[in-house]
Design a protein around this ligand. Structure first.
Ligand SMILES: [Zn+2]
Ligand SMILES: [Zn+2]
Length: 371
């Protein structure tokens, strides 16, 4: 007998499982009945409750079964192919009777599979004249005829067969410990007829979704659902950090022209002039290098640098521009540094949030304070 079968066999099998899975879900929900609170509601509201409780999980069940269908069928077929290959490559060897040394008759060659899906062939032989038996696996391990030994004392026990028209009774008796047992084989015991599931095709159409629906579900689950989840988390996060979010939203976004106008005007009030912006570098943000001259005579390097930094920080407060962390350098009254302009308010929000240490909050006016 070959294991591998026509693909439709596996498709039917998979769909039968899907149908059974969905039916049992509906059965469980229906048996549970409506909670008392819901029973008091109008029919329409009861229907809505049922939809949420039954239909929505059912939708996911059907979709998930669809997503696993192709691979599962493929796996099943490969496994059966593997079984057939194993049988074909492990034919029964010839065995000789230990008593008369004649060739023994092969009675059974059977594929066995353990719970880890490891495959083994079992071969059983018999010598008709001397009634000798012999059995082993393809890896050489001998097979123990468990029925030949008393389970209590493990000594060989006696067997007697009593045959009638309808049954064969095997009586076991142990001469060593007196243990007795019997096994009845009912000859009228026919394999149970497969019950025909007359609703299968109808339910299959209902629960085994089409490729179109299935691919829609795949998209929904791969893209839409995570996106919805992300949006929900984002909303929750912004609700939690409401003040920071407001502050980020109200940040003044300056273009490069607006920035240089603002700086030139305000810096001259602090005795810095001749602002030049160069080396614009476009990344996710805009990074620029600036130079400016100190016009206040007698101001030394240390004061010049700290005054400029203070003045810049004040000017850029609540805008999308920042002095970069590499600071301001000074040579003979020429100061230079880098500024970073953030285009995306989401980035401003994320950075503001990051600046918060544990135990700090942002007040309504946008200040960070310790709790
Ligand atoms: Zn023999
Ligand atoms: Zn015994």
């Amino acid at each position: 007998m070959e294991y591998i079968r026509d693909k439709t066999y596996y498709e039917d099998l998979y769909d039968r499982h899907t149908v059974e899975d969905c039916r049992s879900w509906i059965r469980i929900c229906t048996e549970r009945g409506l909670p008392d609170g819901v029973k008091k509601l109008s029919k329409k509201e009861q229907q809505r409750f049922c939809n949420a409780i039954i239909e929505l999980p059912l939708y996911f069940r059907k979709g998930d079964r669809y997503l696993r269908r192709k691979d599962t069928i493929q796996e099943w077929m490969e496994k059966d192919k593997e079984r057939d290959d194993f049988i074909a490559t492990h034919p029964a060897p010839v065995a000789y009777c230990p008593k008369c040394n004649q060739k023994m008759k092969l009675m059974v060659d059977e594929l066995e599979e353990d719970i880890d899906n490891n495959l083994r062939m079992l071969f059983m032989y018999r010598c008709d004249p001397c009634k000798e038996k012999k059995a082993f696996y393809n890896d050489g391990e001998p097979y123990v005829f468990k029925n030949d030994f008393c389970p209590k004392c493990r000594k060989e026990w006696e067997k007697k067969y009593i045959k009638s028209k309808t049954k064969v009774v095997t009586k076991y008796s142990c001469l060593n410990c007196g243990n007795i047992d019997e096994f009845v084989l009912d000859l009228n015991d026919k394999p149970k007829k497969e019950t025909i599931d007359s609703d299968f095709e109808k339910d299959r159409a209902l629960f085994c979704i089409s490729e179109k629906e299935g691919e829609d579900y795949r998209r929904y689950k791969t893209y839409d659902l995570p996106e919805m989840k992300r949006l929900a988390e984002e909303m929750e996060d912004k609700e939690k950090h409401k003040e920071i979010y407001e502050q980020a939203k109200n940040t003044k976004k300056l273009t490069i022209a607006e920035l240089s106008d603002l700086l030139a005007k305000k810096l001259s009030a602090d005795d810095f002039k001749g602002l030049v912006i160069t080396n614009t570098e476009v990344t996710r943000d805009l990074i620029v290098t600036f130079t400016v001259q100190d016009t206040k005579s007698g101001r030394d390097e240390g004061h010049s640098r700290s005054d400029l930094k203070k003045s810049l920080t004040k000017m850029l407060d609540n805008t999308n521009w920042k002095v970069m962390s590499d600071g301001v350098s000074y040579k003979l009254g020429l100061l230079s540094g880098r500024l970073r302009g953030i285009d995306d308010k989401e980035v401003i929000y994320a950075e503001l949030k990051e600046e918060l240490k544990p135990g700090q909050v942002v007040t309504k006016s946008g200040d960070i304070v310790n709790l």
